[in-house]
Design a protein. Structure first.
Length: 292
């Protein structure tokens, strides 16, 4: 019941943190702060300066409900309904992958080329395959004012979410959502083709962390029998949509560098650059047309 939680800010925050810690949640202090601040409309500064601030019953009830969801295993950002990515607040929905810090590596890998292209040509056209929340496309648009992006997804729910995110970030004028199975409905040519495709082998889905397996959409995780199916599609079909000097950048699983490199090499691409994530693992490969 909500009345089990204190009605004042400091004690409430402490109680939520203690219940999360007792349940073995990985970062109970952060999760407690995110939940309490979001559902009470307070800030970290207020919690420190005014620990005895009284909260109304509705806020305490909302915090209690959110706490129960977190204790049941639901990720905190799913409960909040948004996640920060590359400094942008992105709304989530059931059919979008929760964008994660490792994927910022993909944005940073593309950014120099996208910026240089926009400066040289006055534009940079970006195709984001499997756009989900729009994270990759919108991060690039926010950093490259002359860029435009088409976000492709097979999920209409994801496209609705990406469009709403683009609107809320003031980027909708340069973002187009396209309902398509990979390249099926794509037209034109792009300077950058980017993708964070599903890359987990089907049989490994069951071994994922509960928070990923139970709350991220399976379609955004499952890369087929060997986890490489989407890379084969992209490598085989991208040439018809890539500008002559364009680049393809893909996120990969940390053990997949050689296999993905070989798939693209067989389709006529050479590895231009490779990037590691915050943990030092292989994470992004960037390809260009031409012999390896």
């Amino acid at each position: 019941m909500a009345d089990h939680l204190p009605g004042t800010l400091g004690p409430l925050l402490r109680a939520v943190r203690e219940r999360l810690a007792a349940a073995g949640v990985a970062d109970p202090a952060l999760d407690a702060r995110l939940i309490v601040e979001h559902f009470s409309g307070t800030t970290r500064t207020e919690a420190i300066a005014e620990p005895q601030r009284a909260l109304d019953a509705d806020a305490v009830a909302a915090i209690d409900a959110a706490l129960r969801r977190r204790l049941a295993g639901e990720p905190v950002h799913r409960i909040l309904g948004y996640r920060e990515f590359y400094g942008l607040r992105l709304g989530l929905s059931p059919e979008t992958l929760e964008p994660r810090p490792d994927t910022e590596t993909l944005v940073e890998a593309i950014l120099p080329f996208a910026s240089e292209t926009a400066e040289r040509l006055g534009e940079c056209r970006i195709l984001d395959l499997g756009t989900g929340t729009g994270a990759i496309a919108l991060a690039l648009l926010s950093a490259v004012p002359a860029a435009t992006a088409t976000g492709v997804d097979i999920s209409q729910d994801a496209l609705t979410t990406a469009t709403r995110n683009a609107e809320q970030l003031g980027l909708i004028g340069r973002f187009e959502a396209l309902h398509s199975d990979w390249f099926a409905k794509v037209c034109g040519r792009y300077h950058v083709i980017a993708a964070n495709p599903p890359y987990i082998p089907s049989e490994d889905i069951g071994n994922l962390q509960d928070e990923v397996r139970d709350f991220d959409p399976c379609r955004a995780l499952d890369g087929g029998v060997d986890g490489l199916g989407p890379y084969r599609i992209i490598a085989a079909e991208a040439a018809g949509f890539l500008e002559a000097q364009g680049k393809i950048a893909v996120e990969i699983g940390h053990t997949q560098r050689n296999e993905v490199k070989d798939i693209f090499a067989a389709a006529g691409y050479r590895l231009a650059e490779a990037f590691v994530d915050l943990g030092g693992n292989d994470r992004v490969l960037m390809f260009e047309q031409g012999k390896p």
